[in-house]
Design a binder for this molecule. Sequence first.
Ligand code: FAD
Length: 336
Amino acid sequence: MAERYDVIIVGAGPGGLACAHELGKSKLSVLVIEKNEIIGPKICAGGLKNLDKNFELPANKIRTFPEEDYTSKYKSYTLKLDKPLRTISRHDLGQYQTALLEEFENIEVRTGVKVKEIKDTQIITSAGNFSFKYLIGADGSNSMVRRHLGLETKSCIGMYYEVPGITENVIWHFNPEDIKAGYIWAFPHLDSTNIGVFFNPEHLSPKIAKKALHDYLDARKIDYSVCKYQAGAISHHYDGCVFGNTFLVGDAAGLALRTNGAGISFAIVSGKEIARKILKPEYKMPELDIILNYKNRQENIFSFIERIEFIQRPTYRMMLNLMKKKWFQKRFGSYF
Ligand SMILES: Cc1cc2nc3c(=O)[nH]c(=O)nc-3n(C[C@H](O)[C@H](O)[C@H](O)COP(=O)(O)OP(=O)(O)OC[C@H]3O[C@@H](n4cnc5c(N)ncnc54)[C@H](O)[C@@H]3O)c2cc1C
């Protein structure tokens, strides 16, 4: 017989854990299933902005940057940010969010259990079958819950090295000649710097993107020869998140930004909103609307830049100027 829960959340990433936390305030029985033994570690640069003000991060695990450096062949400057960017390791973020669940008796987290299949109101896992009233797919960019719903997935790619030594500032580097509408980032963490390249594989091959990253590192004499190379997909195609008794959050819902790959804060917000929706079906999810408006605004401008190569250079020049304006940052964000 399958064990029965009111809610099953597949995936203990930031989206699934935020959803569980919100459900902790209810009487529903909740099971979070995570395929990895350890919660947290994931291919990610760990940069965070647009976080809900109620989501506090542990001060000793983060770095906070009130400014960012924008660099390109044409222009380089330091931008004072409307909202600071923070960096945190995904291990620390996952462990922190998991610890927040300890106070709730109705939340059970099982790690090292992979969901293999969904059949009606049951999931088939490596540790037996479980049945649910509500199923939440918080299983990331390669979501099997999303596939089960028959939805298409579109992804961008991020590749990076975690290099020893810490750069002082967050860096965004644009080079449309080589990386088109992609960019190179450098996010300093507590004891290393995450340096990588983000791009859309529809417009740039992974081989060229990787070469651009190597050129960037070589030009700055940054030794990455012993650093582990990491790459991952970032799902950005949103098709909704409520499908009867099945819900999607975060990357599984395609909520990451196609413009720059940011998805952690959107996963957290969507996780909480879906929990509220389950608890009160007439709830309209206003915070999700804010994310979606922001995502649409950024992506609409971007699809233009992305497709038409000859406008990429002048547009980046213009954008680098516009990003200094407060009204522009407010409406479209700084780059991240
Ligand atoms: C290279 C790279 C750099 C990035 N950098 C940033 C950044 O700096 N800032 C930012 O905001 N975003 C960044 N992102 C995006 C960010 O990682 C995601 O948007 C975010 O992790 C989404 O959270 P989530 O909870 O939706 O999914 P995830 O964090 O992917 O969590 C999904 C969880 O589900 C588990 N899971 C998957 N399948 C199953 C299964 N079948 N059974 C059980 N468990 C399962 C996984 O193990 C995982 O723990 C980056 C992504 C990449 C690839």
